[in-house]
Write a protein that binds this ligand. Structure first.
Ligand SMILES: O=C(O)C(=O)C[C@]1(C(=O)O)C=C[C@@H](O)C=C1
Length: 376
């Protein structure tokens, strides 16, 4: 058996050739890139890549090597695409994105919708963002809020998307996907829950607790210490408070804000019952126009991927090669296509930056049904 040093010398000789060939291949890919820039051709050619993968696999023997060379070529072709996207940037051929830059939102004259009723956390978030004197109204469901925006009945909607304890508001992702509405801003609201009931209610009277699912999740430790209480989900914390008042029943209580309790004539029975002290919710401000503020620094997109191993890995490389910081990823099932997923990604940047345009160009070509949900 040969000595290790000897084997390594042999590997070094092979690698010298691979490195030279890699450079030569990239040089030719650059020429292809120039041709594509000149002729307005797309960088990504899926058919050509599939043919190439089949061809190189047919030239080696054994499953292990077939898979290996395909992986290697996926990486090689991904590098050539990156090079060609860079050529597009240099040639100023990245094109214009269908979003219009604005310098400010008209917070004073805006008509704003939120989900729930008087005293909802969404109302507090709306006031936090648009000011105390905001011209706001409420609807019962998230879907109705999205419809109000799409139809133009309201200019903006303020909707919860993520809680620091309970995680994403899943329904919101599906609605962002479904509606032609766009995120223009976000605001984070500290959330402090109370257990509230009719004045004079004793804890020993309570049999049922009403609230929104997420609020019940955020107060699970407290509610677990009263395991005989039945937990019932309703669409909103303030609607839960209103129900307790309307039913005029001391066996009921609501998990809601102190403000919602006050508005609906309930007494706070136990204050600050959330599990995490720094519980907070991120709300998005949504509109029906493709606009972004000039100082926007975060982008949300959604896309679908072919059901193939390595496809997410390959797509995420666009963030790495363009030096973009990805801050969040969520996946949701694609409707009507069992076990296929669409991804929601947040990353830092502004739609006017070349690196962002470059990444978006690559993502658009290499994913399916990509949509920019907003830059804010
Ligand atoms: O053939 C091309 O169009 C190329 O740009 C070359 C190449 C490759 O690296 O082989 C790169 C990107 C395309 O998606 C397909 C193939």
């Amino acid at each position: 058996m040969a000595e290790l040093a000897q084997l390594r010398e042999e590997l070094d000789r092979i690698d010298d050739q691979i490195a030279k060939l890699y450079e030569e291949r990239m040089r030719v890919c650059g020429e292809v890139g120039e041709y594509k820039v000149k002729n307005g051709r797309k960088v990504f050619d899926r058919q050509r890549e599939n043919d190439k993968l089949a061809d190189v696999a047919s030239k080696v023997s054994g499953d292990f090597n077939k898979k290996g060379i395909q992986e290697l070529y996926q990486q090689l072709m991904s590098m050539s695409r990156k090079l060609q996207y860079q050529q597009l940037v240099e040639a100023g051929a990245l094109g214009r994105l269908p979003f219009i830059r604005i310098s400010d939102l008209d917070r004073q004259n805006a008509r704003v919708v939120f989900q729930g009723t008087e005293g909802a956390y969404s109302q507090a978030a709306m006031k936090q963002f648009f000011g105390e004197n905001v011209n706001g109204f409420h609807v019962r469901t998230f879907r109705e809020a999205m419809e109000a925006i799409e139809e133009g009945a309201a200019d903006y909607a303020v909707l919860p998307i993520e809680n620091s304890t309970a995680g994403p508001v899943i329904e919101m992702y599906d609605l962002l996907d479904e509606f032609e509405n766009y995120i223009v801003a976000e605001t984070i609201l500290p959330i402090v829950h109370t257990l509230s009931g009719l004045p004079g209610t004793e804890l020993s009277d309570i049999k049922r607790v009403y609230s929104k699912t997420e609020a019940l999740m955020q107060t699970a430790d407290f509610l677990d210490s009263h395991s005989d209480w039945q937990r019932i989900s309703v669409v909103n914390t303030a609607i839960a408070a209103k129900k307790v008042l309307d039913d005029n029943d001391r066996t009921q209580a609501a998990v809601c804000s102190a403000y919602a309790a006050k508005v609906h004539g309930l007494s706070v029975l136990v204050d600050e019952i959330n599990d995490a002290e720094d519980n907070s919710t991120r709300f998005i401000v949504v509109t029906n126009q493709k606009v972004f503020l000039e100082n926007a620094s975060k982008i949300s997109i959604r896309f679908e991927l072919p059901h193939r191993s390595g496809s997410l890995y390959s797509v995420l490389s666009h963030f790495i090669y363009n030096d973009l910081n990805m801050t969040k990823i969520e996946s949701r099932p694609v409707k009507g296509r069992p076990w296929e997923y669409c991804f929601f990604v947040d990353f830092e940047g502004n739609l006017e930056e070349p690196a962002v345009k470059n990444a978006i160009r690559g993502l658009r070509e290499e994913t399916q049904n990509m949509k920019i949900l907003g830059n804010y």
